[in-house]
Write a protein that binds this ligand. Structure first.
Ligand SMILES: O=C(O)CCC(=O)C(=O)O
Length: 215
């Protein structure tokens, strides 16, 4: 895709789209869904405009800060409940709405909510998990956009942990995860050993039944 204006959308060149068909699930990897310049502009804009928050997690009765900043966006009523706390969605900004619509047109799937993650440096991470909260329904489609530093996205099969995959996600890359992937596979962004610049990740979701999920 090549565009100077953030809001002009072209086609992602076919050679940069990879369909990874796994035994139990499917990933579409559109490299450089946004070109380098556009991705850089989007990164700066979102770093400024998103109301990033430090959330905590309770481990063995102790509150610990999660190793990244987050924000929750969505259509009215798309609440997210976790650790006994209900997050009301922040309304879509123009920037996020435009990105959402461009991804929806590309993937031919509608989303109504978004979890935004900011990995500040190499120490920030997300551990093994699946996006399989009940309110997302069976076989959810999750679209995940990377902006900023390159990070490794690892996948492993729940029942066959020797089945693994590592994708080096660059700024502007879009992953669309679908089929039964969230039932059979876990994913994570591990910490890095080397100094790493910040990265924003946007995961667009479609909540079918609001208010029952866990982060
Ligand atoms: O940062 C990423 O690429 C993954 C984020 C993620 O796994 C999530 O938000 O559920």
């Amino acid at each position: 895709m090549s565009q100077n204006d953030l809001f002009i959308f072209g086609d992602v060149p076919l050679q940069s789209v990879e369909l990874i068909e796994l035994e139990d699930g499917e990933i579409l990897w559109a490299r450089r869904f946004y070109d380098e310049d556009t991705a850089r502009q989007l990164y700066s804009r979102l770093q400024e405009e998103i109301p990033w928050r430090q959330d905590n997690i309770r481990i063995a009765g102790k509150e610990m800060p999660i190793p990244r900043l987050q924000a929750w966006f969505g259509d009215p009523g798309m609440n997210y409940t976790y650790s006994g706390m209900t997050l009301e969605p922040t309304p879509w900004s123009d920037t996020l709405l435009t990105i959402k619509e461009q991804i929806e047109d590309y993937g031919d799937h509608r989303f109504n909510s978004l979890l935004a993650n900011l990995y500040r440096d190499e120490q920030d991470s997300v551990g093994w998990h699946a996006d399989n909260e009940p309110e997302l329904g069976a076989n959810p489609v999750i679209a995940s956009l990377s902006l900023g530093a390159e990070r490794t996205f690892q996948l492993k099969h729940r029942k066959h942990p020797e089945r693994k995959l590592a994708l080096e996600l660059a700024s502007g890359d879009l992953l669309i995860m679908k089929g039964s992937l969230q039932h059979f596979w876990l994913h994570q962004i591990p910490k890095n050993r080397h100094p790493t610049e910040p990265r924003i990740n946007l995961t667009f979701r479609r909540i079918i039944e609001a208010g029952t999920g866990k982060l």
